[in-house]
Design a protein around this ligand. Structure first.
Ligand code: SF4
Length: 96
């Protein structure tokens, strides 16, 4: 059985957000509500954030769905997260 999280194999990430680019689509929050908190108007409200390892994957997912590219994740390169997402998707679909 595949485990969604494997703590210890990853490290935390830092996030840099760019509120001036945010148009309030809310997708970051919808996909990663534990990481991305929005203000009353639905805009991202921070500039920098340290994210622990167990939320690093969600942090990347939330950043990757932002249509404005208003979120930068500083840590593992996008390829790492893309491969991890593909592995998880493969595990969810069962053995091939
Ligand atoms: S997804 Fe991007 S544009 Fe939408 S609220 Fe989040 S930061 Fe703002």
């Amino acid at each position: 059985m595949a485990h969604r999280h494997d703590p210890g194999s990853e490290v935390g990430v830092k996030i840099r957000a760019h509120p001036s680019l945010c148009l309030g689509y809310g997708l970051c929050h919808r996909f990663a509500h534990k990481v991305y908190h929005l203000d009353e108007e639905g805009h991202i409200a921070f500039h920098r954030l340290d994210v622990p390892a167990d939320l690093a994957f969600e942090a990347w997912i939330g950043a990757s769905v932002c249509p404005q590219r208003a979120i930068t994740v500083i840590g593992q390169p996008e390829d790492h997260w893309r491969q991890r997402r593909d592995r998880l998707a493969g595990a969810a679909n069962g053995p091939t």
